[in-house]
Design a protein around this ligand. Sequence first.
Ligand SMILES: [Zn+2]
Length: 305
Amino acid sequence: MSFKLGLIAILFAVSARPDTLAASLHERFNSQQAYAYTAQIAGFGERWPGSPGHKKTEDLIHQVLQKDGARIEADDFTARTPRGPIAVHNIIGKFNVSTDPKQGILILAGHYDTLFQPGFIGANDGGSSTAILLAFADAFAGQKMGMQTWLVWTDLEEAINSFTGDDGLYGSRHLAQKLASNGTSSRVRGFFLLDMIGDKQLGVARETESNRQLQEVIARAAGQLGYGQYFFQYDVGIIDDHVPFIQAGIPAVDVVDARYGRMGPTFDSMGEFHHANTDTIDKVSQHSLEVVGKGMLLTVELLDK
Ligand SMILES: [Zn+2]
């Protein structure tokens, strides 16, 4: 956009809607800041529950939510795990909360813990999702919308041993059950999980258990932005934090890139960097954060209409 056109657009927006900010929600997404948050979080080191890096991440989330004027809520409990009891802290930041008890809710979520593995930094797996939600908080600050928007940082997503039985998804299972039992789940119009979306070869999977209609809305948003090629070019089913929300009757989508780097029988099923100590900040791309960040916030705008 040229400067002149930009100025006209701003003048038009200001004169037509004097009490709203000129830029629309997705235009407020700052990918440079999202990348800076990712680097900061990766710099905290290992972030498994109970580690110093985990605590630093929690502090950063609280700090940003406070600055952006969110209503902060905690969902804390003790999980019984193969490693014994572990304190779990889901963090929720709510925006646009009205007095209407039936107000619709949109949720954007991602896990902020990392794998229990010495030397594992998780710049993409854990870092990118935590960071993009922080940049969403910055975009939501001061924006008026019809629906409530919640940012949810889930804790203890990673399995202690492996994703079998009840190992893994500890935080999301607890929160989903809570929303189902207190009646909030029926107000949730969409739950979007972001996972491993910062990699340099971006390709968001069409996750097969996810809600098809909401995937169509994401595809429409991506198409409008010229990002269609980055979304839904392959199908795969993934056990992730969206599953407990689907089980709670909430329409949910896993926005996940399940392929990165070399694939094949000698590597992890999600590529050579998945759950490997090579998942470091040099594997993360600001452009990928831009594509997913703008795409998801335009999705929110389309659903809020
Ligand atoms: Zn992981």
